[in-house]
Design a protein around this ligand. Structure first.
Ligand code: PRP
Length: 213
């Protein structure tokens, strides 16, 4: 049975495609993609889609994709109706709590306002610290919110730390370590177990190989 695989485009895309290629999958179309959105594997009975992270979960939850590759950040924020099968250990970054120097939002008394692209993650984190907060949803350039005085801090992704540093923000805590994960539709896992396990085993070998070197 053929497999449909939703890959997250953008930051994770290159590393994911390189990993598939290293596993011996036919990634030529994914590497020369033009304006296409569906890419047949040139060696295996697989078709790939390139989608935004949130949509990756949606396609997997609805079974349109049997498998998805998506960041743990999006999984922590979004739906839950899938199996999370494998940590690919690529696209590594962190959820951090940051604010202006000398203004740790965790130490603020009274009302705390936090800006984030990930309101659920921000709420869960502060609730775990016994603090209630008001979250202001920000869609991009989250670092601006405390700089302009909109919020007391942010919960955001940090990869190199350059954006925080250049905007005078300080990391006060790490909320979670993040990386790309393989998720699987629950019904597909029953119907196409062998094909799915073969795909996952191939990737798992590559993860272990990368860890050894
Ligand atoms: C992400 C994140 C930070 C930045 C962190 O934003 O929200 O702003 O990357 O990376 P760094 O630690 O390497 O500086 P992204 O670049 O995806 O764009 P956005 O602000 O438009 O969401």
């Amino acid at each position: 049975m053929s497999l449909s695989v939703a890959l997250t485009k953008g930051r994770l895309e290159k590393e994911t495609v390189a990993m598939l290629e290293a596993c011996g999958y036919g990634t030529e179309r994914l590497k020369n993609k033009g304006r296409a959105l569906v890419f047949p594997d040139t060696k295996k009975d697989i078709r790939y889609f390139l989608v935004k992270a949130n949509d990756c979960i949606t396609y997997v939850e609805h079974g349109v994709a049997d498998i998805g590759v998506v960041g743990k950040d999006t999984l922590m924020e979004g739906g839950k109706d899938y199996y999370e099968m494998l940590d690919l250990k690529i696209g590594r970054c962190r959820f951090i709590v940051a604010g202006l120097a000398g203004a740790n939002p965790l130490e603020k008394s009274g009302h705390i306002r936090i800006g984030s692209k990930y309101p659920n993650v921000a709420l869960d984190y502060f609730h775990s610290k016994g603090r209630d907060i008001e979250v202001i949803k920000i869609d991009g350039s989250v670092e601006l919110a405390p700089v302009l005085g909109l919020t007391d801090g942010i919960v955001d992704i940090m990869e190199t730390g350059a954006t925080l540093k250049e905007n005078g923000l300080v990391v006060y805590d790490t909320a979670a370590e993040l990386s790309a994960r393989v998720i699987v539709n629950k019904a597909s896992f029953k119907m196409k177990r062998d094909e799915i396990m073969e795909f996952i085993s191939d990737l798992e070998r590559m993860v272990n190989h990368a860890e050894e070197n």
